[in-house]
Design a protein around this ligand. Sequence first.
Ligand code: NI
Length: 205
Amino acid sequence: MNRLPVIVATLCLAAAALIAGATWWVTRNGPSGAAGSAQVISSGKALVGGPFQLVDQTGRAVDESILKGKWTVVFFGFTFCPDVCPTTLTAMEAVKKDLGARGADLQVVFITVDPERDTPAALKAYLDSVGPEGTIGLTGTPEQVTAAAKAYRVYFRKSGEGDDYTMDHSTAAYLMDPKGEFAAVLPYGLAPADKAKVIRDAMKQ
Ligand code: NI
């Protein structure tokens, strides 16, 4: 039996399916929509980060320019956080140690998602006891905090009522380069040695 017609028929069907799929995609998204998606994938740097107006733990008004000239790990949390935030801050101490001399080029920025309780003084007391020395704690008005979280694609939500409320929040940290642009994600579950490797590799580029 000659298999060629079967193969040709199969290929034709596959090609027809591809064309139908592509047509469906373009119809659904429009040619510019498809191109737009490709751009977003190729320029991931634009996805995370951006301008913010906040206040540090000394009461000084700061903006995104604090990211310039240094590698920075940015993450969002709150001082009443029972696990994720203290664990992340403690891990960052290990990461800085692992980086050795390069660790001096790395700053840590902790942005609260709980400005109601996390005043500059509360952030100062917290960061004096947890995390690497020199960690910058940032807070602001609820609107300023929401805008910063939005820029960093961070999710957070108040959970519970009264004094005992807690905050749900994204757990990933972001490595930003000395231009203040996104360089890498540091997932919460990644071991400190692996986080250090991601940072060391990024610093080499
Ligand atoms: Ni937390």
